[in-house]
Design a binder for this molecule. Structure first.
Ligand code: ADP
Length: 261
């Protein structure tokens, strides 16, 4: 049986009296690039927030490798999961190096001094995200793409088994989108971490994912490979837009072309 970094079992959730999830279940297999997709408001962020214990979920509904999420100590949870939130910017004068170093506090505690090993891991995370030249730059002075790479480097320095990312490239130009998703894909291929990523661009999903989880109105409506999930009929039904799929070669995933007019 394939190992998983986490499973969700029959999760129910309402915001106040408005039900969103009814018996939602899924598995996040380890060593995969997993994309969570679906229209705005379909529940993608809420699913991540449950997985991070930001929202409460009953015991028995979220199971991690060492047991129930509710039984995890915060420090152990931080060693298992790191998080890159939706477009958030620090407005403090920390350098890139200092921001990435925050990922190490999950291991040593907030007020501990960094060890040589910590510095080595921070340096490696900076290298992996191509930030070495920027280590002394203030985080407030980075471009959108550089900033996003810094957040991923911080997550990497945390050495978690899985990184959750909520729309990490939505606000970036296509070059930076490709750059960041390629770097994340490399982390998966090098077996450094599992990636669970909320994405909107279906062509990026098609190019980078091993597993796609499609949500609509609080339900998981499809999960599987790119070819299994991204069918013309399903995309049209869920996104309410006409699309054409183009296959450039039998070995390559399809291109999704919305009909704009
Ligand atoms: P997505 O990430 O797919 O855009 P969300 O998980 O953010 O979707 O939201 C799912 C639904 O839950 C939406 O209808 C949204 O309005 C609602 N929702 C999200 N956060 C809250 C909240 N804090 N209070 C009330 N309703 C919320």
């Amino acid at each position: 049986m394939q190992s998983v970094v986490g499973s969700i079992r029959n999760l129910n959730w309402s915001y106040r009296d408005k039900p969103l999830f009814t018996n939602v279940s899924t598995d996040f297999p380890s060593g995969a690039f997993i994309s969570i997709i679906g229209p705005n408001g379909s529940g993608k962020t809420t699913l991540l927030r449950h997985f991070l214990r930001i929202l409460p979920s009953p015991k028995g509904t979220i199971i991690l490798p060492d047991g129930d999420l509710q039984d995890y100590q915060q420090i152990d949870l931080a060693k298992h999961i790191s998080y890159v939130p939706q477009q958030s910017r620090l407005e403090y004068d920390f350098t890139v190096y200092e921001c990435i170093a925050m990922g190490r506090y999950a291991h040593g505690g907030r007020f501990s001094t960094l060890t040589n090993d910590d510095h080595l891991l921070i340096t490696k995370a900076m290298e992996a995200m191509e930030l070495t030249q920027l280590e002394k730059r203030l985080a407030t002075e980075l471009s959108g793409g550089e900033y996003q790479r810094m957040l991923i480097a911080r997550a990497l320095a945390q050495q978690s088994s899985v990184i959750l990312l909520d729309e990490p490239v939505s606000h970036l130009d296509v070059h930076n989108q490709r750059e960041i998703l390629s770097l994340l894909r490399c982390l998966v291929e090098q077996k450094i971490t599992t990636v669970v990523c909320v994405l909107h661009d279906l062509n990026a999903v098609s190019a980078f994912s091993d597993l796609v989880i499609m949500m609509d109105s609080g339900k998981i409506v499809a999960e599987g490979s790119v070819e299994e999930v991204l069918t013309k009929e399903r995309i049209e039904e869920v996104y309410k837009v006409s699309v054409e799929l183009h296959y450039t070669s039998p070995s390559k995933p399809p291109l999704v072309m919305p009909k704009w007019r």
